[in-house]
Each structure stands twice: as structure tokens, then as C-alpha cells.
Ligand binder design. Sequence first.
Ligand code: GLY
Ligand code: MN
Length: 414
Amino acid sequence: MVDTSIPVSEYVARRKKVLSSLKGAVGVVFAGDGAPPLRGEWFPNFDFVYLTGIRNEPGACVLFDASNPDPKKRIMLLLKPVDSEMDVWDGYRATIGEALRESTGFETVQRVYRLPLWLREAAKRSKKLACLHPLSVHTAPVSPDLKIFQEVSARVPGCSIEDRSDLITELRMVKSSRELKHMGDAIKATHVGIERVAERIRPGVSERDLHNALIGGFNEMGALRAAFNPIVGSGERSTVLHYKENDQIAEDGDLLVLDCGAEINGYASDITRTFPVSGTFTDRQREIYELVLKAQNAAIKAVKPGVTMVDVDNAARKVITDAGYGDAFLHGTGHQLGLETHDPGTLTKLKPGMVVTIEPGIYLRDEKIGVRIEDDILVTRDGRKNMSSAIPKTVKDVEALLAKSKGGSKSKKK
Ligand code: GLY
Ligand code: MN
């Protein structure tokens, strides 16, 4: 049940950090509800995964009750009851006992129907209820813990509700060595996927063929899935930021934006390379490509402890704006990366152990030129380390990679 690619002791340590940061307040993190669908996958709330390594327990939650007089009940795992008839459809689940406690690292595992009782007792003692889930926008449903706390505080006099929704995000942003190892492996798998695309890219190839070659490369390296829908967009579709159909033909003279990431041991990578379908950039394509690369290098250089992603974004944006293409750089320069491709992040200053993407781009629809270049950058004590630097990126290295592939045809520069 627990994803053992992270040791149980690390999950226990993460939970203890949350407990001590709550300073006596009560908190609940829900896995979320849902049934495994026939098509696609059910994904739990990733804060719950971060705290437990459990991905297949819809309806579960972790209760933090720091003031509980029994130290073993200060962090509890609450699971839905076993339903032997449903288990035949969805898989056999463990009953509560020593084996379950040991494998999850929780000293107390109970059934979730007891949550109302535990919450009332915890609220009576603590009088402080802390929202750990991200707060919703006003058009969305109220976040699940706030909704329950509003009901609890209507019944237990004197309770206050506080916003601690950044707490788990801030822990998740700083990666452990084990997490960095998994992310490095995900990047290696992505590298192989990109090489498989480079081997097949040529005028007339379908984006779907390239998509399949990419996924084949991920699978060769042990990835069970892509971290997100790969973007394999040629020609005009290279300018569509989240293009997902991947069902057209790549023509001679097109650029191809390949934005992709394998997932390994639950951790994501997120890399973009832009390739000339013919194997060689035209002069105009190279001009735009070099500009995006210059912006990317400026942003990567700006990454260091103490700066914010706003500073990093400004470094890339200045290069592109000064060259007159500011309005063609339509998105932010990067985001946090981890369990999720777009990992949650706060506007806090960068710290060693964070991993961010750096991905400026220029999109000129009329010229069918879309260029994005994206790497995964680890913030270190001294500055940064580009975790994906082995994947070819300069004009010379990209053209050399494509020339190596048998399918790569030479076409005259325009
Ligand atoms: N790689 C897709 C994105 O960052 O939006
Ligand atoms: Mn990205």
C-alpha cells in the first residue's frame, strides 16, 4: 500500500515536521474520494501522498492532534472500512493490525467513520483548527478541511480557525536526497524518450509516431507513466502552449516543440526541446531559437538561494523584451517540480533543495515558429545545478543529434 521507493522513516519524519509546525493546532489532510475509473487513473491529493506514500486509499485521511494525551494518537491514519464485495472489483485491502501499522509507520490506524468523534475531542482540547489544504477560490467548493472545521467550530465553543495552507507546500518544495535521486532518474528516462524522438523525426512523420516513440523511451527506462500529457507539436502547433492532440504530420521546414517528462517512483520531470523537423534550423528559426536560449541561460544564471521566481522570470523576460518579442513570450518562466509536474509553490525565496523548471519561449503563429526550451534546475547552496544539462540544447548539439538519426534528412537553409 505504501510506495516504498521512499523509506517509511522519511514519511514519518515529514509527518512529525507537520505536527510540530502546527504548534498544538488540529489539522486534517484528506486523500480525496473517488473510484478507480476504467479509463485513466484516480489520483489522490498529493499532500496526502507526500505524508503517507499511499496512493490507493480513496476516502482516507491523516489527523494531526498534537494535544492528544496519548502520544500514539497525535498522528493518526484513518481509512475507509474494508468492504470485501468491493475488494473483488478494486483489489484486496489490509485489515487493521500490526502489519498495517508497521508498513505505514503510523502507530495508530483507525477507520474514518470515527473522524467526527476524534475531531470534536481534539477541538475541545486544542481550540485551534488549522487549514492545511489549499484555500479555494470563491467560485469553487470550500476546501474540505475548512468546510469541516466550520461545522466543528459551530458545535464546539471558542474554536479559532487558522490558515496554515502553506505549511505542507513549503516542506514539499525542498527535496530530500531520495527525492532528488528519483527526479534525476525521471530526467534520464526523459532523455532516452527524447533520443527516441530524435531517431524518428523527419519530414512526413506523424506527431503520433513521435509521441509513441517518446513513451517507448520512457518505458525502456522503467517509467510507468508520463508525468503529464506530452506536447508533440509541429508547425503552427508548435505555438500552442498546451497542445495535446499530437495527431498531425510534421512537414519539412517545421519546428517541433517536444514538451515532455517521464515519471519515475512517483516523481516528475519536465523538459522541452525544440527540433527542426528537417534536421537543420533555417536562419530565421535559428535567430529565434538563439534568443530563447539566451533568455533561458540568463534565467538559469539568476537561480540561487535568496531570489524569487519573479527575479528569475525578469531575467528571461528582459532578454526577450529587449529583442522586441516581449508580447510573444506568453507564459511564466517556470514552476516548482516534484511529485507533480506543476508542484505547488509559494512566492517565498528560493532555497537549496528546491527544483524549478526554466522554460522561456517565443511563439510567432504567423510564421509557424514556436520555440520553448526547458530544463530542470536544482537550487544549491552556491547557486544551481542543471539536472537536465545532458540533453542536447545548443543549435550545434541539436543538429548533431538529429544528424545521427538515420531518418534525419538534410534540407537547404532558407
Ligand atoms: N510542461 C508543461 C508545463 O509546464 O506547462
Ligand atoms: Mn513546465
